[in-house]
Design a protein around this ligand. Sequence first.
Ligand code: SF4
Length: 898
Amino acid sequence: MNVQRPVAPAVRTTCPYCGVGCGVLATPDGVGGAAIAGDPEHPANFGRLCSKGLALGETLALETRLLHPMERGSDGDYRRVDWDTALDRVANGFRSIVERHGPDAVAFYLSGQLLTEDYYVANKLMKGFIGSANVDTNSRLCMASSVAGHRRAFGADTVPCNYEDIDEADLIVLVGSNAAWCHPILFQRMVRNRTERGAKLIVIDPRRTSTAEEADLFLPVEPGMDTVLFSGLLVHLAEKAVLDFDYIGRHTSGFEEALLRALEIAPGIAAVAAKTGLAVSDIERFYSLFRDTRRVLTCFSQGVNQSAQGTDKANAIINCHLATGRIGKTGAGPFSLTGQPNAMGGREVGGLANQLAAHMGFSPVEVDRVGRFWNARAMATGEGLKAVDMFDAIGRGKIKALWVMATNPAVSLPRAAAVRAATAGLELFVISENVRTNDTVNCGAHFLLPAAAWGEKDGTVTNSERRISRQRAFLPAPGDAKPDWWIVSEVGRRMGFADAFPYASAADIFREHAALSAFENNGTRDFDIGGLAALSNSAFDALKPTLWPFRAEGAKPTARFFSKGGFFTANGKARFVAPELPALREGTSEHFPLRLNTGRVRDQWHTMTRTGLSPRLGAHRPEPFVEVNAADARRAGLAEGGFARVQTAHGAVILRVKIAEAQRAGSVFVPIHWSDVTASSARVGDLVAPNTDPFSGQPESKATPASIEPVPFEYRAILILRRDAVLARDHWWSRVAFEDGTGYLIATNDPLEKWRERAPHFFEPRAEMAEYLDERRGVLRLAAFLHGRLEGCLFMGREELTSQWDMARSFLAADAIDANERRLFLSGRSHEGMVNCGPLVCACFGVGMTAILNAIESGAEDVEAVGKALQAGTNCGSCRPELKRIIAHERDRVADPV
Ligand code: SF4
């Protein structure tokens, strides 16, 4: 008889990666995993998910989880303690340091991965009860310049656009945004608008990204010169008399000063061309398209924000929208795309050191208001230290206690090596985490507190368009893991503030947060969700994705911000801002002649603590790399596929070389994701200068002066293991997750013999070893078999071992390997029927290069035809630019085989 297991109902939740905030349907499988699909009812994605979202089910295993509170002993070893012990000691530690050194001797460093409720209680504890504003977040590295730009222009951190504007715009200008990879679902909405409505797409970026490949016009602007381009646009709009003087006069101030400054920065198109490195004809086309299109949406992200003049860049963009009245109207406005899933929620509760709560600042009136609402014991009265300054203060011994929650600053902050060194001097170092190891955990915190992970957490997040969505738990929290809000509240209670942290659920916190947003608001503040302050527990549980503002019943609803003015400045008018003269903070030099640009790749997220667990996501870019322009590569003596040391005044890494046409001369690109856990030498944060924007405190992560030189390795190796191993850092390696184990891509100068001696230590001692050695040709193949299966292997040679990587993976997955197959394996050849997929191109459907080339050879002439044959590119679409490149390359190759 066929007995069917009951299927648990799908739980509606939200993707924990980027700021698009896609709705997810998670269906638990009953054994700790879940099937993942897009939520067709969520207005951010209407059922679609990108490759990262689709692979969430591969990241739920518990092997890497921190499951119990741990305390580090004087011998440096961690011992498990119970929650009461850990919480008492953490609370006593903070209290004692505050008593001895004052409240500013302690700090919290939070994360855009936290839920709004986690953020709310952490902020409340520090700013209302400890008495310091030293709470900052990794969102400082992501979009703080947009926040500062909004506050300068609008008087509040208001994002004036919605996602529908993406569908309704006639011109979409993307500035410093590789949305095709970093906001794939939104980008596909832009592409659909272009295909179906004929919207034009302009991309402004120093690098020809996958996004740029879809553009009608690509403007490869000189790094740091965006303000010149937009100042020139303001001048052009004034010259062509297309300004909206009615809007300017009624709803703004400071226009003349801003225009005069724009004229100083960009007196004419020739000057703009000289400073931006753009062709005059391209600039003219951009300006005329902007001028002649009423529905213009300018979307910007990290290329604008991660700059020592990021706030000015944001304001230069906003100035053009204010001057034309193209704000607060359908399909028009300046639209900051946030990087993280809950950067916006963090902003709402005041997770940044220069904000208080509910979009309030530190004016005496606001401090008093929040203090009364919280019944605070010790209100912070001024701004705290922003991320870079916070870790400097830790290094100087000024801050003596630090609590890091859900982030990995030892990888992601500028001068990351100095960050690691700074934490060594802390009197109290606490980390709430869900992973047992990452570079920050490995710094040696005094307490590790196990936090619930995505899938186990309950609360809310806010996406880029101000839409609040529920994250709902669909798995039980394992071990002793607890929600972050619970951990913080318990510490607050034990510090003597029990009455202020009485929460029994995320819903309790959300109600208080919503009530604070409406408290003495009366329309004076943008963030008002008072209409949600009285939600019952069941209504909170059922809460549908909701745009704010969501005012209390009876209050006037706001359809759109700013269509008729109504800014949050003292006089209700928006402020034009006159930007500083654009310049990068540091010049290049003889020693460091290049610019180091950093950013994301398509299938990884932040420091890979979650995406690094997914074999599918690891297959697209399995190793850390540096993209170099061909001329720079020639000058430096670099070869495609070789290795290079990228160095700045702050540190060095060794990376695989990719010579890329897309990379502009004079600049190299390195992804941010790899850490000491996933690679031998690839932590790019070590190299980034700590230059920050004077208004936002955001570091200039894309322009550090750098040098590059080749690093020779005699051998390439692959090491494939059913269980993991520890590799020394005197070889180059990159670690990749497999379905059935772990793989290492290795480059080394150690001779074969040394690796031969070393190899048995990698494998299960009972395994039967077999080897093939040809010293003359420099080939070693060594395999370990146990119970008729491959336990692991080490292959070395002087050539790349790409095809053997795929082959070994396939052997590792095989249930049984017979004697003939063993022989084949050791000879470096695949077994019968094994398909070498080649590098992964479409992560959504797991389609590799081999299948794509076969489809093209069989007559597929465009992306649609490849999609029809293989499904590749038909889901999130983020591989479509790559598919186009492959098809064009094959077409050229066939046309000109030489
Ligand atoms: Fe997640 Fe991708 Fe949607 Fe971003 S675009 S929220 S990463 S599924």
